[in-house]
Design a protein around this ligand. Structure first.
Ligand code: URA
Length: 436
């Protein structure tokens, strides 16, 4: 096989055979195919798309480029959830302990913040000492001890994705639903899970802005997962405004603790209950989604989810004192309110811009090598549809650097649109469910 020929084939819209795709993925992962040839092939995929058979072959080749965990020694179903990324999107920290407390294993491999979105690993690391880089032995020990483990991708899991993702990041080839699907599903299928719930975000704070694009990606992922023999469902959920009220790592952990204590914002609680219900349903722990939601709510009201999170934090080396007293989480030195410029109603918010503002405050990375300030971010007081009077705070910014504040502040101020009347139609929290 000749790489040049395979690049031409994709360029000219001919269908590649599974063996040809495997040759490309294995050759690139082993360092035998140079970056420039892989980049050309990836760009051809971006422009030409893929057939479903090609996508299945690509996902399978990437999945088998590394270790596929065998968790069969753990009696019981194993389920995970993956989000395509959003602003204030912190559900993993809540639903993993809920589902584990209900008796279902959750081996969760998460990511870091990407672009304007936050990442589960960055949030967890705002708890002093929390270790997201566990050895394979510790991964199994934590999972079998408490039913849940929260870690990052290791070098052993889907190494082809790790290498290809880094190349896509610098060659303008991230934005392909086929490549995104193969990237996400190869990692998730390597976790040794039986079922997966996908939270596909749509709206101005999501990577897939339009519902049509989000639905297409969701369909690809559900179909790919099912082809690989897993139960998969995708929920298209709203990202036209931040989820909950906290944006920023330690602020978000504190908000997760509030939810696990039975308080916190209604939208975040509702989405967590629905996602957890789907996980419990796919794991066959409950017979209906209603039963799943009731069980998830019970895990919160009984304190079992909170206790489970405490257990996970302790097992992964984190400061449990911060779970009992969130004041021990990193706190910003300064805060400032952003007043509403007028009286009226919040008509819309530029959610991506709010995410970018959080990055500029230091809550995310502008460059790969940047370190994160866990304490900074914002608390959103007014959301879409809320009434507001002139000068009333729309949100509070938490910051540690005046220079960073000056860069972030205009983005936050300009992200709010205030109108005389509330929006005619509120977007639903959950747009559609695809699969099952
Ligand atoms: N997240 C991933 O893991 N991969 C992508 O390609 C995009 C988002």
């Amino acid at each position: 096989m000749h790489v040049t020929e395979l690049i031409r084939k994709k360029r000219d819209t001919a269908e590649l055979q599974p063996a040809e795709i495997e040759f490309l993925i294995n050759g690139y992962t082993a360092g035998q195919i140079p970056h420039y040839q892989m980049s050309a092939w990836l760009m051809a995929v971006v422009l030409r798309g893929m057939t479903r058979a090609e996508l299945a072959a690509l996902t399978s080749a990437m999945l088998h480029s590394g270790e596929v965990l065998d968790l069969s020694e753990l009696a019981g179903p194993k389920v995970d959830k993956h989000s395509t990324g959003g602003v204030g999107d912190k559900t993993s920290l809540i639903i993993a302990p809920i589902v584990a407390a209900a008796g279902v294993f959750v081996p969760m491999v998460s990511g870091r913040g990407l672009g304007h979105t936050g990442g589960t690993l960055d949030k967890l690391e705002s708890i002093t000492g929390f270790n997201v880089n566990l050895s394979a032995a510790d991964f199994r020990r934590v999972l079998s001890t408490c039913g849940c483990v929260l870690v990052g991708q290791t070098a052993e899991i889907a190494p082809a994705d790790k290498k290809i993702y880094a190349l896509r990041d610098v060659t303008g080839t991230v934005e392909s639903p086929y490549l995104i699907c193969a990237s996400i599903m190869s990692k998730k299928m390597a976790e040794g899970i039986d079922a997966l719930v996908l939270d596909v975000k749509t709206g101005n704070g999501a990577f897939m802005k339009s519902e049509q694009d989000a639905a297409f990606l969701a369909e690809l992922m559900v179909e790919t997962g099912e082809r690989l023999g897993k139960r998969v469902v995708a929920l298209l959920t709203d990202m036209d405004q931040p989820l909950g009220r906290a944006v920023g790592n330690s602020l978000e952990v504190a908000e997760c603790l509030e939810i696990m204590e039975g308080n916190g914002p209604a939208d975040l609680r509702e989405l967590c209950l629905v996602l957890a219900a789907w996980m419990l349903y796919l794991a066959k722990r409950v017979a209906t989604l209603e039963e799943g939601k009731t069980l998830a709510a019970e895990m919160i009201s009984s304190g079992q989810a909170h206790e489970k999170f405490r257990e996970i934090v302790a097992l992964q080396g984190g400061d449990v004192g911060a779970i009992d007293d969130p004041q021990r989480l990193p706190q910003a030195q300064n805060k400032i309110d952003i007043p509403s410029p007028a009286s009226g109603f919040v008509a819309s918010m530029l959610c991506e811009q709010l995410g970018t503002a959080s990055v500029l405050l230091g809550g995310g990375r502008e460059r790969k090598e940047d370190s994160i300030d866990p304490a900074v971010g914002m608390m959103i007081h007014k959301k879409v549809g809320d009434q507001v009077t002139a000068k009333e705070p729309l949100c509070t910014i938490y910051y540690n650097s005046a220079e960073r504040l000056e860069r972030a502040r205009p983005l936050i101020e300009q992200s709010y649109k205030i109108a005389d009347a509330p929006p005619k139609k509120q977007r639903p929290l959950i747009h559609r469910v695809i699969g099952e």
